[in-house]
Design a protein around this ligand. Structure first.
Ligand SMILES: CC(C)(COP(=O)(O)OP(=O)(O)OC[C@H]1O[C@@H](n2cnc3c(N)ncnc32)[C@H](O)[C@@H]1OP(=O)(O)O)[C@@H](O)C(=O)NCCC(=O)NCCS
Length: 283
């Protein structure tokens, strides 16, 4: 990847287009870090994704809140030392750039199954319209209970083809870098995230060892491209059926896993509240 800024078009099924701009993170950009923390800690989002810390105290007693932690975990190297690219995704609205998501992609350096440069992984996130401004509002325990009991609600930022375009962009970078395989996964219930992978030619590979979530794979050097159109939809229906059977077979495991995830979310929401209270007390 020679350039630092890339543009690509996302298309909805109804033909609406939005241009996406991918750029690296900027050190000290707390405005973007705040948008991302608000997004990641939204119960509607963390249900299927990594749950961010709300606050951390280091050995010297220094406090970092969730926003500062987001800023400090992002890698600013391009690529990072272990060969990964971390990018903010923006779109232009009324001549102004607005953060619409973020992603990372590159070496799966943690995966002993693959040699370096042979296989890439990726992760991404799309900003929801119901993210709260944490200067004025808080996410609540009731919202956590609701999403774990009733599932994730559709958002008006969905269905615009953003996820499909983001994955397409990442796979294109991998092709250009001569990568052999790209592997990524999503929660076994998160069909909204698995479908864009499927549409980009990724297919079911294996269950993740720890979480029993599906990993999807694409072999970029394989000439046999995955099916598109009607055949793809048929394969997609079969895939969903297969996932549902896995869920039934492992129902106890998923119940316990989601209970642990809920407890972690409660704990991390409390960290943020504790941080806010400590600020109030200082005033
Ligand atoms: C991933 C996510 C952002 C979707 O992004 P998006 O920009 O709306 O995705 P796209 O518009 O590119 O495509 C979504 C596809 O999934 C389909 N889809 C969405 N929800 C679905 C569901 N519950 N069951 C089956 N298909 C579903 C859509 O119909 C669409 O397919 P189509 O174009 O063939 O109709 C959204 O599902 C989400 O936020 N999930 C929770 C957070 C998350 O998972 N983030 C990514 C982590 S890997």
């Amino acid at each position: 990847m020679e350039k630092r800024e890339y543009r690509t078009i996302a298309r909805s099924k109804t033909g609406d287009e939005v241009e996406l701009i991918f750029r690296p993170y900027i050190k000290g950009d707390f405005e973007t870090a705040k948008i991302l923390y608000q997004s990641w800690s939204n119960p509607q989002n963390l249900r299927y994704n990594e749950i961010p810390r709300g606050m951390e105290i280091d050995e010297d007693g220094n406090i970092k809140n969730g926003i500062q932690l987001v800023e400090s975990i992002v890698d600013y190297g391009f690529p990072s030392e272990d060969g990964r690219y971390w990018m903010v995704i923006e779109a232009e609205e009324d001549g102004k750039r607005k953060v619409v998501g973020n992603c990372w992609f590159g070496n799966r350096s943690w995966d002993e199954d693959y040699a370096k440069n042979e296989s890439w992984g990726f992760g991404y996130n799309i900003i929801r319209s119901d993210d709260k401004d944490l200067d004025n509002e808080e996410y609540t325990i009731e919202e956590l209970c609701d999403v774990f009991a009733n599932g994730v609600k559709c958002d008006k930022n969905w269905g615009k083809g953003l996820a499909t375009a983001i994955i397409n962009f990442i796979l294109e970078q991998a092709r250009q870098e001569g990568v052999k395989d790209v592997i990524s996964g999503a929660d076994i219930l998160n069909y909204g995230s698995l479908k864009p992978m499927f549409k980009n030619g990724m297919r079911y590979y294996r269950l993740d060892r720890e979480d029993k979530d599906p990993d999807m794979i694409i072999h970029l050097k394989d000439d046999n491209a995955s099916a598109v159109g009607e055949q793809m939809e048929t394969e997609w229906q079969e895939f969903q059926k297969e996932m549902k059977e896995i869920i039934v077979k492992n129902s106890e495991f998923y119940k316990e896993r989601d209970k642990a995830r809920f407890n972690k979310a409660v704990k991390r929401q409390k960290e943020w509240r504790d941080y806010k209270n400590s600020v109030k007390q200082k005033k």
